[in-house]
Design a protein around this ligand. Structure first.
Ligand SMILES: [Zn+2]
Length: 237
């Protein structure tokens, strides 16, 4: 009877051990870390792209201001040229030359503006796509976090109930059995007891010698496998 109780205790301990391992591995298996890393990377990428876009918008604004300045300068020049105040031919020629240079510069800047506007438009579109990717990432991360939290809560509830069960189970077992069990469990990764099936030790799969077999029918005897040293249990069923 004590051996059967000890066997049940071992079953409980093995369940507890497996559950503790599940709890330990759950964060890694959940993919939360990976999803979180992906999310942070994308966020950084977006922030960098936003900064570049901001720079380009600033450049565009400067170019537009420069164009306006050229228009103003040309207007002033033209007013002076045709206002009748300047009479020197040489001076008029210089002013004319300046008018032409300004016109050339304006064309060049307007070309730059066009290229830049196109690039800004492309960047805005890409950013929009990245932001939608980010939203997707965020939802994925939140889903995984929620699932992990749910799993952990369930595991911990199970663990608590198994530990209570274990306390009750251990109370029914005599200390000398418990001591032996603890010693053997440490040696055999929690599997102190081995079930005998068809005269084979369930722990090491080696045949039980005929000499030992007889002792297995004595309910009070503690019989150990000659090969692995585990405490042998016969279970009806
Ligand atoms: Zn064995």
């Amino acid at each position: 009877m004590q051996l059967k109780l000890l066997w049940d205790l071992q079953e409980l301990d093995l369940k507890i051990k497996a559950l503790e391992e599940n709890i330990e591995e759950a964060p890694l298996l959940s993919g939360v870390d990976e999803a979180s890393e992906k999310y942070e990377e994308l966020k950084t990428e977006i922030s960098e792209k936003e900064n570049l876009l901001k720079e380009d918008r600033k450049t565009l604004k400067n170019l537009e201001m420069r164009t306006q300045k050229i228009v103003d300068d040309r207007k002033e020049l033209s007013d002076n040229m045709y206002g009748g105040t300047v009479t020197s031919v040489k001076e008029l020629e210089q002013m004319q030359r300046k008018m032409e240079l300004l016109a050339e510069e304006k064309v060049k800047i307007e070309d730059e503006i066009l290229v830049l506007m196109e690039s800004i438009e492309e960047q805005e579109e890409l950013l929009k796509k990245k932001q939608s990717d980010l939203e997707q990432c965020k939802q994925d991360l939140q889903k995984k976090e929620a699932r992990l939290a749910e799993d952990l809560e369930r595991f911990n509830r199970e663990l608590e109930s198994l530990r209570m069960e274990r306390i009750k189970a251990a109370e029914k077992i005599e200390p000398k059995y418990i001591n032996k069990y603890n010693m053997l469990a440490e040696k055999h990764q929690g599997e102190a007891l081995a079930r005998v099936d068809n005269d084979i030790c369930g722990g090491c799969r080696v045949f039980i010698s005929s000499g030992l077999r007889g002792h297995l029918y004595n309910p009070g005897a503690m019989v150990y496998c000659e090969n692995c040293g585990r405490l042998l249990v016969r279970l009806d069923s």
